[in-house]
Design a protein around this ligand. Structure first.
Ligand code: G3I
Length: 361
């Protein structure tokens, strides 16, 4: 982290810490008067938003109002994945993504597409059918059908998600994905198919871990370079930024990665920011401040190199986060990984994001 960033980080933290040290209600009261994140993002020339589940928008008016207020872009946490859209071979279910499209349209928001090709969220029939002879046709039918349906709705796609996983010990750090039956160029093929279906869309490679795993970050950079060298229609990289307390931040490595992306002329997007806080102190005020500081450290490091075009948190309220899932949180302890608490009140993490956007404006 260069000296300027460090000083800004400390000033920022002390500033945010001072405010963040207020107990929840007082903090929320102090921050309510501030403009929403979508407005601050717009002033900075970027979009802020969050992953949402369509059932929550329908069933929880307070949550829907908070999403409408704070988000300029939304993305389906689940609805635009293969396992929802084509759970069965002969059935396409667009109801979830259509509901998100409707909500986004009513609140002047853009809709992000997550995700076309992933090793996860694949129905069993796909895993059964997928082989060297069928893969291209399966991939082509899926990408053409989904991207074409949302030509007027979705301008940014996570085309391929999480294809790098060095622990699988494959060449170039590839993950042992079912799609590898097509060969290592399945990634390039997915981008070419997405571009053929919508040549106006912004096409993103999305992955996690660059802020704490330098080995993985280097493999992702190499993949991006290979895609660029083969003139693959790719426009940017999504840094998921699930930056929990389990991993030690490597801000120098993150800075190096962001510079590598900028050197290739690729966009940066922050696509799934949340801060897993299960190992942080029980005291909520202290925990919220630590989550805010970690948020600020990650964001300031990225913004210091290149302003992301989109900044999304993976959820908006602690009421709805994947980190409440039993397998992620066996103890069932309440988690506080997101900008709003369970009652939709703004938290120090919200202020940290607000502050970074204000500085970027
Ligand atoms: O809503 C259905 C329900 O109708 C159905 O009865 C039930 C039966 O399984 O499934 C429910 O859907 C669940 C869905 O979340 C909505 O809650 C799926 O089972 C469950 O697998 C799904 O998990 C999602 C996971 O990706 C897998 O798709 C999580 O919500 C989502 O937060 C998580 O998000 C991923 C990103 O896509 C990629 N980066 C990591 C991130 C966290 O794992």
């Amino acid at each position: 982290m260069n000296r300027l960033t460090r000083r800004r980080f400390l000033q920022g933290c002390l500033g945010a810490a001072a405010v963040a040290a207020l107990p929840g209600a007082a903090f929320a009261e102090n921050s309510e008067a501030l403009p929403p994140l979508r407005q601050m993002a717009l002033r900075a020339g970027i979009e802020y938003g969050a992953a949402v589940g369509s059932p929550h928008l329908k069933q929880d008016p307070a949550f829907a109002a908070a999403v409408a207020r704070e988000c300029g872009v939304i993305v389906g946490e689940y609805e635009t994945k293969w396992s929802f859209i084509r759970a069965r071979r002969d059935e396409w279910n667009f109801s979830g993504t259509d509901a998100l499209w409707d909500f986004a349209g009513r609140h002047d928001q853009s809709l992000r597409g997550h995700t076309l090709i992933w090793h996860n969220a694949l129905p069993n029939w796909v895993k059964d059918d997928l082989n060297a002879a069928t893969a291209q046709q399966l991939m082509e039918a899926h990408i053409n059908t989904v991207v074409t349906r949302y030509l007027d709705a979705i301008a940014t796609w996570d085309v391929v998600n999480e294809a790098i996983y060095p622990s699988d010990h494959l060449e170039n750090g590839y993950r042992q994905s079912p799609w590898l039956v097509m060969g290592a160029d399945y990634i390039e093929k997915a981008f070419r198919l997405a571009h053929a279906a919508n040549d106006n869309a912004t096409l993103i490679y999305n992955d996690y871990g660059v802020e704490f795993d330098a080995r993985k970050a280097d493999k992702i950079l190499s993949l991006l370079r290979r895609l660029k060298d083969s003139d693959t229609p790719i426009h940017g990289v999504g840094l998921q930024c699930h930056s929990g307390n389990g991993e030690k931040l490597d801000l120098r490595g993150l800075n190096r990665f962001c510079r590598g992306v900028a050197d290739m002329g690729l966009e940066l997007q922050i696509t799934e920011l949340d801060i897993k806080d299960t190992r942080l102190p029980d005291d909520e005020t202290e925990r919220d401040m630590l989550v805010a500081e970690r948020t600020r450290a990650v964001l300031e490091t990225i913004f210091a190199v290149q302003k992301p075009t989109q900044l999304l948190t993976w959820g908006l309220s602690d009421q709805y986060t994947w980190l409440l899932d039993k397998k992620m949180n066996p103890s069932g302890r309440p988690v506080r990984p997101l900008p709003l608490d369970r009652t939709m009140r703004r938290k120090p993490m919200w202020l940290a994001i607000h502050d970074v956007l204000r500085q970027a404006a």
